[in-house]
Design a protein around this ligand. Structure first.
Ligand code: ADP
Ligand code: MG
Length: 727
């Protein structure tokens, strides 16, 4: 009997839900471990408090003396909550989060000690984090990367550590993290959008991008997960025969949540409450053992931090419940994968959602302005959006008939499509009073305030308007939201900036009225961006054909998709908008390509190892049993034995055939890896993508066949039915 697998199963069957005590109301627990406005007021001087608020709202610098006061307050607060250490919490380009803990504790030299934490420690730290990927920006001999405090995301206590959200930059100033470009993109959208808002309302002083993510994930029993080297090392199963029952009955979706899982969710949500992550919904997803949670949306930088923190919390809490969380986009072949939907909108300092239609024609013109500009931005930079969600693991999902295709398009619903079609006919130049009235009353004025019902129907679109926000649905469940949010906010910022220039030019040079000028520019944008709009089935083959005709990109693999990340157009965009320098842009491309290569390389090694060292020996063991059986039959039946041993002999042959298949393919895969390892950058990634990776399918095919042939008791790896239906 296979001990690993059966021990794991025995463990898994013994589990009972961990008991969770929720003593507090959620509203009372919320933000308890966050140094938020409430605790700042309590612990800070008025001066320090005001200074931090100004930094948050207007990006004002906090001077050193005040930083000392802030640090002292933060320390007092943290000690009052029994924290012992502090860390600068940052998001290196690995996509995860990083921290290096330092104790508050300092000795005083006279045998005594105290807790110390000053402005210096708050504002800047040199974590000597020289082994994070940096795409050649930072030579390791310099080994200097600094973390610097981001006051717009509040400090929090996790466990016994005060975590201070920070950016991570090189000694020479280049961003080494995901947060810095995001903050710059958010600044860009603020300034472009605020300028455009002034056409409609002079009182708007700031525009914030909002993000509400939805996170999908799988939960697998920890003991079963450990019995699978592929899950352990790559986050997904590299082989495994599909179970007799998968998701075809759709009986998991929105079904009642299994008790052990519910207890996990409650525990994890309790942690989230303390950390100020406003999680709101939880439910089963389509695939067995797949779940989703979503928070109330927040300002985008905070929301990105919260998503990263959440993924960390989820993994840690899972340990306590003997679960393993799988964030991989496609942990199981033949079963739905996981994504992250990024709901995005723009909110003004006056409390208006710019992507929400209003009550008056003027409000609706403002809505249309932001709506059309967003569509135009996506049209102009569709390839960059595709690139922003590219990863080795997300390649399994995009275009796999269950998730948005690799083709980026925008869905807006029939009502708004009709409005845009009408606007295409607006007269060029000055508008007659009749036309103006008609536009206001019959077209713009007719956009209903609530569009929610009729726009949320299309689930196959990668970028859908859902009534008061756009939903980017193609983001990978494993990825950091910062990447796609940086791109989306930058391209819309650039678009709004251009829009403002064009409208102003029409007002000044052509002497058009403001609304005339806006209608004129929108008309041209609607015409120019028509090809990005698609209302049909994004999963259909016809769409692929149609998209080619329209000239839209369809980059199916990461190495293809990433090219758009360092095109001249992208470099110019990021430079113009002050989001990334050429060096920063190119460094990220290099790192992402490298990460792709490494991921496929690791998968190749793990698959080779499992196939050779687990599957083949097991198959041989079983084959030997069969051989013994056949020779026994021969002893008993002599010449007639074949009539009794036919099935067994067939099996023996089949097993040999599959073993040979595995061997030869693992060999050629290894050879191809060696060749690929001699290449660099794009060429290496292409080789891994087009030559190494396709070997996986054939190896897997033979392994999965063997899984069906070999005695269940001998099979060493937890099977799909066990991974997916043990809860
Ligand atoms: P689903 O897409 O599963 O139907 P919803 O449409 O309710 O779910 O979307 C839920 C997500 O959208 C939540 O994360 C929510 O916070 C977010 N969301 C709602 N309104 C906005 C908005 N104006 N801006 C950004 N995100 C929003
Ligand atoms: Mg959604």
């Amino acid at each position: 009997m296979s001990t690993i697998r059966f021990n794991a199963l025995k463990e898994a069957l013994k589990r009972v839900p961990v008991e969770i005590k929720e003593e507090e109301r959620k509203s009372e627990a919320f933000g308890k471990n966050v140094f938020n406005e409430h605790s700042m007021r309590q612990f800070m001087t008025k001066e320090a408090y005001q200074s931090v608020m100004d930094a948050i709202e207007f990006g004002k610098k906090i001077d050193r003396k005040v930083a000392d006061q802030v640090a002292a307050a933060m320390k007092d607060w943290a000690l009052s909550k029994n924290a012992t250490h502090y860390t600068h919490w940052f998001q290196p380009l690995t996509g995860a989060t990083a921290e290096k803990h330092d104790a508050f504790f300092e000795t005083m030299g006279n045998g005594r000690a105290m807790e110390k934490f000053g402005g210096g420690e708050l504002v800047q730290q040199e974590p000597d984090a020289s082994s994070f990927p940096n795409g050649g920006i930072r030579n390791t001999f310099e080994a200097r990367g600094y973390t610097a405090w981001d006051p717009t995301s509040p400090a929090f206590i996790y466990g016994t550590t005060l975590c201070i959200p920070t950016i991570f930059v090189a000694y020479t100033g280049e961003a080494l993290d995901n947060k810095t470009p995001l903050l710059r993109a958010l600044q860009a959208i603020d300034s472009s959008a605020t300028a455009v808002c002034k056409y409609f309302d002079k009182n708007v002083t700031k525009v914030n991008a909002s993000l509400g993510w939805e996170q999908e994930y799988f939960l697998v029993d920890a003991a079963l997960a450990i019995s699978r080297p592929d899950i352990n090392l790559t986050g997904r199963t590299l082989l495994g025969h599909s179970p007799a029952k998968g998701q075809q009955l759709d009986d998991h979706y929105f079904g009642s949540i299994p008790r052990r899982v519910l207890s996990y969710m409650r525990d994890m949500e309790q942690e989230c409450m303390l950390l100020g992550i406003p999680v709101k919904t939880r439910h089963n997803e389509v695939a067995p053992n797949q779940y989703e949670l979503a928070p109330i949306f927040e300002e985008a930088n905070l929301a990105v931090d919260h998503n990263s923190l959440l993924m960390d919390v989820m993994e840690r809490v899972a340990q306590k419940h003997n679960f393993r969380v799988l964030f991989h986009e496609k942990p199981f072949a033949g079963i739905n994968g996981s994504g992250k939907h990024n709901n995005w909108s723009l909110a003004t300092s006056t409390g208006i959602n710019l992507l929400s239609p209003g009550k008056t024609p003027m409000k609706n013109l403002q809505f249309l302005t932001f709506f059309v500009n967003t569509i135009k931005a996506v049209h102009d930079y569709e390839e960059l959006i595709r690139a922003s969600i590219a990863s080795a693991s997300n390649d399994h999902r995009l275009g796999a008939n269950e998730a948005p295709p690799a083709i980026i398009s925008v869905f807006i619903g029939s009502q708004l499509s009709a409005v845009l079609d009408e606007l295409e006919n607006v007269t060029n130049g000055k508008l007659s009073p009749e036309e103006k009235t008609d536009l206001k009353l019959n077209i713009v004025g007719k956009i209903p305030e609530i569009l929610l019902d009729n726009t949320d129907r299309n689930r196959t679109s990668p970028f859908a308007f859902t009534g008061n926000k756009f939903e980017l649905r193609a983001v990978g469940s494993w990825s950091n939201c910062a990447g796609s949010m940086t791109v989306l906010n930058t391209i819309v910022a650039k678009q709004l900036k251009d829009f403002k220039v064009e409208v102003d030019a029409l007002i000044e040079k052509k002497k058009l009225k403001k609304d005339e000028a806006i209608f004129n520019v929108l008309r041209e944008y609607i015409k120019a961006s028509k090809k990005i709009r698609f209302e049909g089935n994004g999963y259909g083959d016809e769409w692929e054909v149609e998209a080619v005709k329209r000239g839209l990109s369809n980059n199916k693999t990461t190495p293809e998709a990433l090219k758009a990340k360092k095109s001249a157009k992208t470099i110019a965009l990021f430079e113009e908008m002050g989001v990334m320098s050429k060096i920063e842009t190119e460094a990220r491309h290099e790192i992402e390509l490298e990460e792709y290569i490494l991921r496929i390389q690791i998968e190749g090694r793990v698959l080779g190892d499992i196939a050779r060292n687990h599957v083949i020996p097991t198959a041989i063991k079983y084959q030997n049993t069969l051989i013994e059986n056949v020779s026994g039959l021969k002893n008993i039946f002599g010449a007639e034995f074949e009539a009794h041993a036919k099935e067994q002999m067939d099996l023996i042959k089949k097993i040999s055939m599959h073993i040979a298949g595995i061997n030869s393919k693992v060999e050629s895969m290894t050879e191809e890896r060696k060749k690929a390892n001699k290449l660099h950058g794009q060429e290496a990634a292409d080789a891994y993508c087009n030559i190494v990776k396709p070997c996986f399918d054939e190896i897997r095919y033979h392994c999965d066949k063997l899984e069906l042939l070999v005695d269940d008791e001998l099979w060493p790896l937890a099977k799909y039915r066990e991974l997916l239906f043990t809860r």
